[in-house]
Design a protein around this ligand. Structure first.
Ligand code: RIB
Length: 339
């Protein structure tokens, strides 16, 4: 690959002049500028971002860490972040923590070693080591979707408790009273908040929670499949399930159908996230919409603003979830009114 020195020699100017032409940091005569640009094109020269970052102490790179990049929710969130970051002059390094606290710490360290200008973290859960590392680091950061205990930083999420309430209230409005909840991991704040919303809607409808109908899973299709297998094998099977993400709802619909249950006639199912797949599963999934692209755009803007001015007041941006009704839910069948 051609070097800046070779461009300078071939152009008959200094490497400093080549740098000024590339970065527009000082006026260069039109003739010299044209000459340098022509040589850059002829030699297919690509400026070194590493050299530039050493000079400017900025890499124009953001580090992003998510718990599971194979989950379409995160894929859609990442797209909003990446598009906006690129528009604002930043690239992304994406890492996947696989819901593992140790990998999460290791990756944050890797990103910090790469001298990222800012960190975007969707945490896989909080622990003392993570809190200590984030508090010790001055790198601008934004927490997304899940807070980290003891860390005050810019924060962007959807109101998870209200989303869990909306999902469950919709089921009680359909006449269901035997309502189960398949939750995400217990240590993930977004999941526990949705369970709180589920319980609030049950209380409001004067429904006593049945502990057999609250199952903690792992936000995956496989986890949803096995949770629903448990629910449909109960003698006292629920008539409706709130799955606190779409992947578990889709896995659950598969398990219920394989177990001979019709959706929604025998079992109403509502999910959470509204990933693109939700509209195309069979039957199309009623779910709670998280404004994923808007979350992504907002996250990138909040972080770049923090990079630009570290003294800005902390921001907490809580977006509202909403209900989208499709074909996986129905009013309680009359023959089940006794539930
Ligand atoms: O589907 C993954 C879940 O984890 C989403 O609901 C998102 O809010 C995150 O908490």
């Amino acid at each position: 690959m051609a070097t800046m020195k070779q461009v300078a020699e071939k152009s008959g100017v200094s490497t400093t002049t080549v740098s000024h032409v590339i970065n527009g940091t000082r006026l260069v005569s039109d003739e010299a500028r044209e000459r340098v640009l022509k040589v850059i094109k002829d030699l297919h020269y690509i400026p070194s971002a590493v050299a530039r970052s050493l000079k400017n102490d900025k890499t124009h790179t953001l580090g992003m860490l998510v718990p599971n990049s194979s989950n379409p929710y995160f894929a859609e969130l990442i797209q909003g972040i990446e598009d906006t970051s690129f528009m604002l002059g930043y690239n992304i390094i994406l890492c996947n923590s696989y819901d593992d606290l140790k990998k999460q710490i290791d990756y944050i360290r890797v990103l910090l070693e790469k001298r990222i200008d800012g960190l975007i973290l969707v945490s896989s859960g909080s622990d003392r080591e993570l809190t200590k590392l984030l508090l010790s680091e001055k790198t601008p950061k934004v927490l997304v979707d899940r807070e980290v205990t003891g860390v005050s930083a810019d924060f962007v999420e959807t109101d998870h408790e209200h989303g869990g309430y909306l999902a469950t209230k919709y089921l009680t409005d359909l006449g269901h009273r035997a309502i189960a909840c398949v939750a995400g991991p217990k240590n993930v704040l977004s999941s526990s908040a949705r369970v709180d919303g589920y319980k609030r809607a049950l209380r409001e409808a004067k429904i006593k929670p049945n502990p057999d109908w609250l199952i903690y899973s792992d936000f995956t299709t496989k986890g949803g499949f096995s949770a629903f297998q448990k629910l449909i094998s109960l003698a006292d099977m629920p008539t409706a399930v709130f799955a606190s993400n779409d992947l578990m709802a889709i896995g659950g619909i598969c398990a219920a159908s394989q177990g001979g249950k019709r959706i929604p006639e025998d079992l109403s199912v509502i999910g959470y996230d509204d990933i693109a797949l939700a509209s195309y599963c069979n039957p199309p999934l009623t779910t709670i919409v998280q404004p994923k692209h808007e979350l992504g755009v907002l996250t990138a803007r909040v972080l770049v603003a923090r990079i630009t001015d570290k003294n800005l007041p902390l921001r907490r941006e809580i977006l509202e979830p909403s209900l989208v009704i499709r074909q996986s839910t129905a009013p309680l069948a009359h023959n089940k009114l006794s539930k």
